[in-house]
Design a binder for this molecule. Structure first.
Ligand SMILES: C[S@@+](CC[C@H](N)C(=O)[O-])C[C@H]1O[C@@H](n2cnc3c(N)ncnc32)[C@H](O)[C@@H]1O
Length: 219
C-alpha cells in the first residue's frame, strides 16, 4: 500500500503528495494528476492552487471536514478548492458554492456537473439573504479577495451553526496596499472578533504571498 491516510480526514498521502479520493472518477477539474491504487482513483491536490491545501501544508490544526459535512463556500471561482472539499465530504456532504462571476460559475458547473454534492450559487456573498435556502451549515469558508472580506464573513455567519468553524483566506493587498500585511491582518481580526473566537492564524507563504489563513469558531 503506497497511498496512505493522513491525520486530515479525506486527505491521502500519495508518494509525498496530498491527494483526495476522486468522487468523479476519470474527471479532472484543472489538469491535476490522477493516480490509481487498488481500484481507487485519487486526485493530487496542489497547495499552490488552493489556499486550503496551502494551510494543510503549513500544519493547519483545525480540520472540520468529515463525511457528510455541509459547507458554505464563498468565492468558489471555477471550483478548484470546492472540488477537493467535495471529494472529502463525499456524497452525503454538501458544498454550497457561491460565486458572483457568471463566467466562473459557468466553468464550475461544466467541470463539476457530475458532483452532486456541489450546489453552484450565482450570487454576491454581500447579499446572503439571496441564498437563505442553504439553511444551517457546519463550516463557512471564504476566499473572495475583497476589501470588506471580514464583513462578508460576519454577515454569512448567520448560516453557520453555533460553535461551527469558519475559515478565511485574507489577501492583504486586496484590502489596503498602503498598509503592511500584518497591520491589515490585525484590522481583519478585529472585525471578526465580535462574532468569532480566533483559533489559528497561518501565513501561507511560500504557497501564497501576503495571505493569512484564519480559522475561527462562531461564538
Ligand atoms: C481567489 S478566487 C477564489 C479561488 C477559489 N476559492 C479556489 O481556491 O478554487 C476569488 C473568487 O471570489 C469571487 N468573488 C469576489 N467577491 C465576491 C463576492 N462578493 N461574492 C461572490 N464571489 C465573489 C471572485 O469572482 C473570484 O472568482
Amino acid at each position: 500500500m503506497t497511498i496512505k491516510n493522513t491525520s486530515y480526514y479525506g486527505i491521502y498521502d500519495a508518494w509525498g503528495k496530498m491527494a483526495t479520493l476522486n468522487l468523479d472518477p476519470g474527471a479532472k477539474i484543472h489538469g491535476e494528476q490522477l493516480v490509481r491504487e487498488d481500484g481507487k482513483e485519487y486526485r493530487v491536490w496542489d497547495p499552490r492552487r488552493s489556499k486550503l491545501g496551502a494551510a494543510v501544508m503549513k500544519d493547519l490544526q483545525t480540520w472540520p471536514f468529515e463525511k457528510g459535512t455541509r459547507v458554505l463556500y464563498l468565492g468558489a471561482a471555477a471550483g478548484v478548492t470546492p472540488s477537493f472539499i467535495s471529494d472529502i465530504v463525499g456524497e452525503e456532504g454538501r458544498v454550497y458554492a457561491v460565486e458572483f462571476s457568471p463566467e466562473c460559475i459557468k466553468e464550475l458547473v461544466l467541470r463539476c456537473e457530475n458532483r452532486k454534492n456541489i450546489w453552484p450559487i450565482l450570487a454576491d456573498a454581500r447579499l446572503p439573504q439571496k441564498y437563505d435556502y442553504v439553511g444551517e451549515v457546519d463550516v463557512l469558508f471564504e476566499d473572495v479577495a475583497q476589501p470588506d472580506q471580514d464583513r462578508i464573513l460576519v454577515i454569512n455567519a448567520r448560516y453557520l451553526k453555533k460553535g461551527g468553524i469558519a475559515m478565511i483566506a485574507v489577501k492583504s493587498q486586496s484590502i489596503d496596499v498602503t498598509l503592511k500585511p500584518h497591520e491589515v491582518y490585525k484590522k481583519v481580526i478585529e472585525g471578526l472578533s465580535d462574532t468569532f473566537e480566533i483559533l489559528e492564524k497561518i501565513e501561507l507563504d511560500p504557497y501564497e504571498k501576503h495571505h493569512l489563513f484564519i480559522v475561527c469558531r462562531k461564538k
